[in-house]
Design a protein around this ligand. Structure first.
Ligand SMILES: C[S@@+](CC[C@H](N)C(=O)[O-])C[C@H]1O[C@@H](n2cnc3c(N)ncnc32)[C@H](O)[C@@H]1O
Length: 309
């Protein structure tokens, strides 16, 4: 969704931008090309290998790029240390990259032959294999249901426990087979039966939902009035957090209570630019079917005020 991102960020020459999820630097490069010789890009990724690849890919811009191996939760620390002026724009393209998915030894893909790893940050200790082999069955079922929205979660957890009693589950292909055996009826014919379980484990291993609300809130506080944030999510749990956070920051009710009982703060920091999430165009979906679940939301920073809606 490169065109949509660039349109919404309205990159200006000489501006300062953050790419909070650098990946291999595709979006970052496009932003750098727009912001001219005086523009600065601050890039973060919690995956060291991706960051090093992005560093090489962005070599031509090295004087204007600051890269950090960091979780975006720590963006405030980085920005405070850099003492940068207020930001013009922030991008977060959440989730896993094609590079991570297509590298079998990272263990993200149910099609891969690698070890069941799934850590974005490989300095972290817990892997997907640890969760699959060590969590009690009930907890495993809850995790698969909650983060994968998988209706066969109980059946899958039971099959995992039966299998691990015989021998430790160590490889992605092994888990993929177990899940496929347990969830024979596909909820969606075009989706591999292990998709939801792999997604759930990935979210749990990387604690992907933790700190997302705080990140969006903090990020907006670093924008100058008129500066913009764009967030692309890949599953409904993430998208819900982004949507609710942007709603709250634009002074709207998020508690769902009747108006007279609502205690939601009414401090307005942003206006939402996307009343509905933007979805990939048919031509993008044709070129990249993996983008099918992408949802883009954006907001613009305003001078803080107190609203009444
Ligand atoms: C979808 S990819 C981004 C692709 C990128 N926009 C590009 O053009 O190549 C997501 C990236 O975000 C990183 N990531 C995910 N969660 C993160 C977090 N909390 N902090 C920092 N990086 C994160 C992943 O390691 C991955 O490289």
């Amino acid at each position: 969704m490169l065109h949509e991102v660039l349109d919404l960020l309205r990159c200006r020459s000489g501006g300062t931008y953050v790419d909070a999820t650098l990946g291999l630097g595709g979006h970052a490069r496009a932003i750098l090309e727009k912001i001219g010789p005086d523009g600065i890009l601050i890039g973060l990724d919690r995956d060291k290998e991706s960051l090093e690849r992005a560093r090489q890919a962005l070599d031509a811009f090295s004087a204007r790029v600051r890269l950090y191996h960091e979780n975006f939760k720590n963006l405030p620390l980085i920005l405070n240390n850099l003492s940068v002026p207020a930001l013009d724009g922030i991008l977060a393209d959440l989730g896993v990259s094609s590079y991570q998915l297509l590298t079998p030894e990272r263990g993200f893909s149910f099609r891969g032959e690698g070890l069941l790893d799934m850590r974005m940050d490989r300095s972290q200790r817990q892997t997907a294999a640890d969760l699959v082999n060590e969590l009690p069955e009930e907890e495993l079922a809850r995790l698969i249901y909650r983060y994968g929205e998988e209706r066969f979660a109980r059946r899958i957890a039971a099959a995992i426990v039966r299998s691990r009693e015989k021998s430790r589950i160590t490889r992605s292909s092994q888990l993929s087979e177990i899940v496929t055996g347990a969830a024979k009826t596909r909820s969606h014919p075009a989706i591999h039966p292990a998709t939801r379980t792999f997604q759930a484990l990935r979210i749990a291993v990387n604690q992907e939902l933790d700190g997302l609300e705080e990140f969006v809130t903090e990020a907006i506080s670093f924008l100058r009035p008129g500066g913009r944030i764009v967030v692309i999510s890949f599953h409904s749990l993430e998208d819900r957090i982004v949507k609710q956070t942007l709603r709250r920051l634009s002074g709207r009710c998020v508690c769902g209570r009747p108006r007279e009982l609502c205690t939601c703060p009414r401090r307005i920091l942003a206006t939402t630019l996307t009343s509905r999430p933007i979805r990939p165009s048919p031509s993008e979906l044709e070129a990249n079917p993996r983008a099918r679940s992408a949802r883009l939301r954006a907001a613009e920073r305003v001078e803080a005020s107190t609203g009444s809606s």
